[in-house]
Design a protein. Structure first.
Length: 258
């Protein structure tokens, strides 16, 4: 029913220069100390769910380095190390590659680029977002690698948002959650849908870990819709400082089973 049975997850602490990362949010400068506290809370939530959390030290060469999701696609059959779409982020993937050594690693090669935020997994199907970060060549490479590993995939044009998963995520129970314009695409017809209201757009990015759905604090209408369905096990965690840098819940970790 869920995506996977995760046992571990990888995170990386934000660095002192976290505010120098890329952003279009227009929500002001993040507070570094508050970001660190929110990151710790996020890791605690994952631990409480039962995961072993592997937390890397901040790497000041990469202000966006805490958004580890973009550096790899990890499955139990294969690990794909990406070439991130923005040049300032290329190199972040090296530390992740070291941890994943021995886990059937494949690489996205230039001129292909892929950000993990564009890769939406629903069970054994992958939706690959074509965005400013994930180009046609990267999408082609990843689809071929996934096919060889026995997965299916197809591409989706990303509009309005940074990454595909900024606007849509899988909530479990055959249900997707996201922005109306994105989840009403016929490509997602087979799933049940929860539409987040425009003023709660940030809640489109939820993180499903085993049977628990983590949602960002402060989105009451979205929370109520999820609760009304009666079967979601929900945990909220505050994310305001990461939202200022265009990062959501999925961006801050790479779940896996070891
Ligand atoms: C960036 O623009 O690359 C970062 N500031 C935010 C990345 C967020 N990652 C994600 O959505 N997967």
């Amino acid at each position: 029913m869920f995506n996977n049975d995760y046992t571990h997850t990888i995170t990386r602490k934000p660095g002192q220069n976290f505010a120098d990362g890329i952003t279009t949010a227009g929500l002001g400068k993040p507070d570094f100390n508050k970001a660190c506290r929110q990151h710790e809370q996020y890791c605690t939530v994952l631990q409480d769910i039962g995961l072993d959390v592997i937390t890397l030290k901040a790497d000041e060469r990469y202000p966006d380095g805490c958004f580890v999701e973009d550096t790899a696609i990890v499955t139990d059959r294969i690990t794909i190390i990406t070439t991130p779409g923005d040049p300032s982020r290329r190199g972040e993937q090296k530390a992740i590659e070291q941890i994943m050594r021995g886990r059937n690693i494949q690489y996205i090669q230039a001129p292909g680029t892929v950000d993990g935020g564009d890769i939406l997994r629903i069970k054994d199907h992958f939706f690959i977002g074509l965005s400013d970060r994930t180009n046609e060549e990267g999408a082609y490479q990843i689809s071929e690698i996934l096919k060889q590993a026995g997965f299916q995939s197809n591409t989706v044009a990303v509009r309005i948002v940074l990454h595909l998963k900024t606007g849509i995520t899988y909530a479990g129970h055959d249900t997707i959650i996201g922005l109306q314009d994105i989840i009403e695409d016929s490509i997602f017809d087979q799933y049940k849908k929860i539409i987040v209201p425009a003023e709660e757009a940030y809640a489109a990015n939820c993180l499903l870990i085993n049977d628990t759905l983590i949602i960002p604090s402060g989105h009451p209408q979205t929370k109520a819709q999820l609760k009304n369905r009666g079967f979601f096990k929900l945990i909220e965690t505050p994310m305001s400082e990461f939202e200022k840098m265009d990062g959501g819940l999925t961006c801050l970790s790479l779940p896996l089973n070891l």
